[in-house]
Design a protein around this ligand. Structure first.
Ligand SMILES: NC(=O)c1ccc[n+]([C@@H]2O[C@H](COP(=O)([O-])OP(=O)(O)OC[C@H]3O[C@@H](n4cnc5c(N)ncnc54)[C@H](OP(=O)(O)O)[C@@H]3O)[C@@H](O)[C@H]2O)c1
Length: 234
């Protein structure tokens, strides 16, 4: 039984990951903004016999991130999955529109949620990760890669490219302490974000991400993977 921490756990890929780790018999700490409104998670808690607990964390709120570190105490963390994400405002091309201060505030929030938040959570749980020689997997996107030859989606692509670089740096810095760090493109997934016409189900994505986490070693730390286990160019 491993101890698993998952952000964005109340819906989409995060919820599918919660279910997948519960089926494997692992202990899951599910982080979400509003546990009181997380109905699917609440049902899972009722049937989990203590295998699942919910913790309020807003990835844009550093105090709530630090608080979950305190809530976990000296619990070893085998896997931290940074899943929470948002599009981060308008996705338009500058060729067709202009961006206002409101838009830039959306961008700032996107960086809080998808770039600074995962770093802060890794920092808050570092003693727990050290205790388990754990793994950190951050859900990124193919849009972060320089091989993604499309414009627009400025904030989303920039925050994910930034978190990829940030996680690579953490992989280098934490390798000597036995912690492996990597990033994964989850596929084009049928969630609120991906929409109903996306290519794979959240269950397929979660199963793939879980396998990528299982296979991650200190030797492959710092890599950007696809959900199917292949390396993603970036
Ligand atoms: N779906 C795809 O095709 C696709 C493709 C590439 C990458 N991704 C990435 O995969 C990850 C999961 O996406 P998804 O498709 O599952 O999206 P989703 O269904 O829209 O779910 C997003 C999750 O992130 C949470 N979240 C948003 N802002 C948050 C905040 N400030 N603090 C804490 N949690 C917050 C949401 O919680 P609330 O319910 O509270 O809003 C929700 O649990 C994201 O990082 C996304 O960028 C998805």
């Amino acid at each position: 039984m491993a101890n698993i921490v998952i952000t964005g756990a109340n819906r989409g890929i995060g919820l599918a990951l919660v279910k997948s780790y519960l089926v494997s018999g692992d202990r899951v700490y599910a982080l979400c903004r509003n546990p009181g409104q997380a109905e699917q998670l609440a049902r899972l808690v009722d049937n989990s016999a203590g295998q699942l607990t919910l913790h309020p964390v807003d990835m844009a709120d550093g105090a709530s991130i630090d608080a979950v570190g305190q809530a976990l105490g000296d619990t070893p963390v085998d896997v931290l999955l940074n899943v929470a994400g948002i599009i981060g405002g308008r996705t338009d091309s500058l060729a067709n529109t202009s961006f206002s201060e409101d838009d830039f505030n959306d961008w700032r929030n996107a960086f809080e949620v998808m770039t600074i938040g995962p770093f802060r959570l890794t920092q808050a749980l570092l003693p727990n990760l050290l205790a388990a020689q754990g793994k950190v997997m951050t859900v990124s996107t193919q849009i972060a890669a320089s091989t993604w030859n499309h414009g627009g989606m400025y904030a989303y692509g920039a925050t994910k490219a930034a978190v990829n670089r940030l996680m690579l740096s953490l992989a280098i810095d934490l390798k000597s302490q036995g912690i492996s760090v990597a990033m994964v493109h989850p596929g084009y997934v049928q969630t609120d974000m991906g929409g109903p016409n996306a290519e794979i189900t959240p269950q397929e994505s979660a199963a793939g991400i879980k396998a990528v986490v299982d296979e991650l070693t200190l030797e492959t730390s710092g890599s950007f993977f696809k959900w199917n286990g292949e390396l993603h160019p970036w």
